[in-house]
Design a protein around this ligand. Structure first.
Ligand SMILES: C[S@@+](CC[C@H](N)C(=O)[O-])C[C@H]1O[C@@H](n2cnc3c(N)ncnc32)[C@H](O)[C@@H]1O
Length: 278
C-alpha cells in the first residue's frame, strides 16, 4: 500500500531543491515531524494531498500546522498573526529581568499573544497585563492561546485583550511596557523581506509606510511616555537599520537613558528607555 508517509517522502525527494529555497534548512526529518503535528491537529481531516498542496504553494510550515513554538510553549497561529520569531524571545527575557514585584504591564501589538503569555509564564509575581492589537482577528487567536496556557501562570495574574491603536483609550499607568511593533519600511526595506514572509504574513504586522515611519514611532513614544509610571520601563523590538535613528526620537518624547540592545546574533534589535519624572 502507498502510505501517506511514503507519498510525502517521494514528494520531498522530487521537490527537494524547490522546498529548500522556500523553507531554509528543511530536511526529511523536519518535514516528517511537521506532518505528524498536522495529523495530530487536524486528525480526521489531515489529508496528505492537502499538506503537499500547501507546501507546493510555499505556505509557511507554521500556518500549515497552525502552531508555532516560542519561548517555552506552543502557540496557535494563523494568517492573521505574525509567526513569532526567535529574536522576540530575548525581548521576553529582557522584560522578565524588570519584574521584581507585582506589576501592571502593557504589550502593544500582541499578535498571537506570545510575549505577554510567555512573560506571565515565568514571572515570579502575579501581573496585571493589558495586551493590545489593531486586529480583532489576531486578538481572537491570542485569547485562544491565553486559554490554552492558563495553567502556566500564577492564578492571580490578570490578562486583558484590547483592540485599539497602540494604547489609545487604555486607562491607567504601567510599570513596564513592551512592544514588538511593525517595523519594516514598506518601500526601502522590501527587498530584504523573504517572499514567503511577504506573501503570507499579515502586512499590518510587518510594514509601516516609509514616509509615516518616524511619525508612527513618535506617536508610539508619546503614548508610551504618558502611560508609564515614574521609573517605568519601555522595551521595544525594532529594525536593526532604524533603531539608532529612533533612539533620539524616543528621548525627544521624554524617555531617558535610552539604549539600543543586541539580539543573539549581535544585531541592534531592542530599544530600552525609562521615564524618570512623574
Ligand atoms: C510584528 S507583529 C508582533 C506580533 C507579536 N507581538 C509577536 O511578537 O509575534 C506587530 C503586531 O502589531 C499589530 N499592530 C499593527 N499596528 C498596530 C497599531 N497601530 N496598534 C496596535 N497594534 C498594531 C499587528 O496587528 C501585529 O499583530
Amino acid at each position: 500500500m502507498y502510505s501517506n508517509i511514503q507519498k510525502l517522502k517521494d514528494f520531498f525527494l522530487k521537490k527537494k531543491s524547490d522546498l529548500e529555497s522556500f523553507y531554509p534548512g528543511i530536511n526529511w526529518k523536519r518535514l516528517e515531524s511537521e506532518w505528524e503535528v498536522f495529523v495530530l491537529r487536524y486528525s480526521d481531516n489531515a489529508r496528505v494531498s492537502n499538506f503537499i498542496n500547501l507546501l507546493e504553494r510555499a505556505t509557511p510550515l507554521e500556518y500549515i500546522t497552525g502552531v508555532a513554538y516560542f519561548y517555552k510553549a506552543e502557540f496557535l497561529v494563523d494568517s492573521n498573526t505574525l509567526i513569532p520569531r526567535s529574536e522576540t524571545e530575548t525581548l521576553v527575557e529582557l522584560a522578565l529581568k524588570e519584574i521584581n514585584k507585582e506589576m501592571r504591564i502593557a504589550d502593544i501589538g500582541t499578535g498571537s499573544g506570545c510575549i505577554p503569555l510567555s512573560i506571565a509564564m515565568d514571572a515570579k509575581f502575579p501581573l496585571d497585563i493589558v495586551a493590545t492589537d489593531i486586529s480583532t482577528s489576531a486578538l481572537n487567536t491570542a485569547k485562544k492561546n491565553s486559554f490554552r496556557l492558563e495553567y502556566t501562570r500564577n492564578k492571580k495574574t490578570k490578562l486583558e485583550w484590547v483592540c485599539t491603536d497602540r494604547l489609545k483609550d487604555v486607562k491607567g499607568k504601567f510599570s513596564l511596557i513592551v512592544s514588538n511593533p511593525p517595523y519594516i519600511k514598506e518601500g526601502a526595506d522590501r527587498k530584504l523581506v523573504h517572499e514567503q514572509v511577504h506573501n503570507y504574513e499579515p502586512h499590518t504586522a510587518l510594514y509601516l509606510k516609509d514616509d509615516d515611519y518616524d511619525h508612527w514611532f513618535s506617536e508610539l513614544f508619546k503614548t508610551v511616555y504618558s502611560s508609564l509610571e515614574p521609573r517605568g520601563v519601555f522595551i521595544m523590538e525594532g529594525h536593526e537599520e532604524h533603531l539608532n535613528n529612533l533612539a533620539p526620537l524616543a528621548e525627544q518624547f521624554g524617555l531617558k537613558d535610552v539604549k539600543i540592545l543586541p539580539d543573539l546574533t549581535g544585531s541592534h534589535r531592542f530599544l530600552r528607555g525609562i521615564k524618570l519624572e512623574g
